[in-house]
Write a protein that binds this ligand. Structure first.
Ligand code: UDP
Ligand code: MN
Length: 312
């Protein structure tokens, strides 16, 4: 069983790695100019040469063509447990407007209340798949168990059904185009609240007893737990590693300061992502009312997703 699973996953990866050899047909677009930077105000490349995806740095027409030629299918995973079902309608309606428009999409909705999933009209080539999961009494257990569920489903079925997984919070709304420019074998998203801060100010887990521990002199960025993804094989590795680390911590009676997000940050420090999404991809509603850091707020002109204030 495990053998056939990993063979299936490898097939997905080789397909993805074949991207470079895809032949394009004639297309007319603005010539890239070696002497004109696409963005002057922000870092567009990490030191390990992964692009940081900002509006203005990519051409959707070229990218769409490449991913269409591979017949790419994208899985969007979202958890909507207990009272969070109320977010689903606006989440799905906004995803239909802005998420991977023109591509094949499977929405995987994990919920304990399948009857509450709203019926909405879905475009051709897209489908909603409702997967029933158990509920936990505590908010943090629901949030933490997402890693376990995603890793199990990646192994059991996602590798047969989709090429990429995009894993997001449900308490958000797409407000502009989010397309194939985000896709790569492994990607994370910069948390808007910690942009431009020193690594010593990131809310990483600092206690060496935790598996999520990151020392003060390490760290690239602070990634949000609310938006990450990659190929099914890479998302499987990530979610499995984070879940195993959380179980290890539990045995040692320690819980990382930001739970899953702390473990995600540890994983992405030692497994460098192939693309990094700028905070344009997940802005916090609160930050727009906030003028404490004008430089960060100035970056908010191309917001693609709003994240709402957490419900209790
Ligand atoms: N979640 C859920 N039901 C809950 C708590 C959490 O479905 O009772 C899911 C939901 O997808 C939510 C995510 O877990 O978006 C993370 O929780 P939350 O958004 O409250 O965390 P925060 O954004 O504050 O990190
Ligand atoms: Mn959230």
């Amino acid at each position: 069983m495990l053998g056939s699973t990993s063979a299936g996953m490898r097939k997905g990866v080789s397909k993805i790695h074949g991207l470079e050899s895809i032949k394009s047909s004639k297309m007319v677009y603005l010539q890239p100019d070696v002497l004109t930077p696409s963005r002057k105000d922000v870092l567009v490349m990490t030191p390990w040469l992964a692009p940081i995806i900002w509006e203005g740095t990519f051409n959707s027409a070229i990218l769409n063509e490449q991913f269409w030629r591979q017949n790419t299918t994208i899985g969007l995973t979202v958890f909507s447990v207990k009272s969070y079902v109320i977010f689903l309608k606006q989440f799905l309606l906004s995803a239909e407007m802005y998420f991977m428009v023109g591509h094949r999409v499977n929405y995987y909705i994990f919920t304990d209340r399948p009857d509450y999933v709203p019926h909405i009209n879905i475009q051709k080539g897209r489908q909603i798949i409702i997967l029933t999961v158990r509920s936990y009494a505590r908010w943090e257990d629901i949030s933490m168990h997402r890693m376990e569920v995603i890793s199990n489903f990646s192994q059991q079925r996602f590798h047969r059904e989709v090429d990429y997984l995009v894993c997001v919070d449900v308490d958000m709304k797409f407000s502009d185009h989010v397309g194939v420019e985000i896709l790569s074998p492994l990607f994370g998203t910069l948390h808007p609240g910690y942009c431009g801060l020193s690594r010593t100010d990131f809310p990483y887990e600092r206690r060496p007893q935790s598996q999520a521990h990151i020392p003060e002199d390490e760290g690239d960025f602070y990634y949000t737990g609310a938006f990450f993804g990659g190929s099914v094989a890479e998302v499987y590795s990530l979610t499995k590693a984070c879940h195993d680390a959380m179980m290890f911590d539990r045995v040692n009676h320690i819980k990382a300061t930001r739970q899953g997000e702390s473990h995600l940050n540890k994983y992405l420090l030692y497994h460098k992502p192939f693309k990094v999404l700028s905070p344009e991809y997940l802005w916090n509603h609160n930050m727009l009312q906030n003028t404490w850091d004008q430089q960060v707020v100035n970056l908010s002109s191309n917001i693609k997703c709003f994240r709402f204030v957490t419900m209790e």
